[in-house]
Design a protein around this ligand. Structure first.
Ligand SMILES: [Zn+2]
Length: 112
């Protein structure tokens, strides 16, 4: 296991609790998508985290599907969060632009 994998595998519990920061979550998902070792570790920890109770309940259980659902949902949450940041930035730019225009109009009136 290389040290990069070590780093991501330590993030797995936080991933399940949805406590990773946006940047970390993005890196984490990219790494999981491309690294079988970490995907296996994620599956294993998922089994410990959530799977055992599902097995006990007797529900049919497809581990790979469950893990894919989990990472897919996290990816969607991430995209939604990034969009919210973009919208906030856009609103800020609009506010700034409005302030500039207002200031410009004000100064122009003073000069005329
Ligand atoms: Zn890895």
């Amino acid at each position: 296991m290389n040290s990069k994998c070590d780093k991501y595998q330590k993030m797995i519990p936080d991933f399940f609790e949805d406590e990773l920061e946006e940047g970390d979550l993005s890196e984490f998902l990219d790494h999981i998508a491309s690294c079988k070792t970490c995907r296996d570790e994620l599956s294993f920890q998922y089994l410990l985290y959530d799977g055992l109770s599902m097995l006990e309940s007797g529900a049919s259980f497809d581990l790979e599907k469950e893990v894919n659902n989990e990472t897919g949902a996290a990816r969607k949450r991430l995209i939604r969060r990034q969009r919210a940041v973009l919208v906030a930035a856009a609103l800020e730019i609009i506010t700034l632009a409005t302030a500039l225009v207002t200031g410009y109009v004000y100064i122009t009136r003073m000069l005329l």
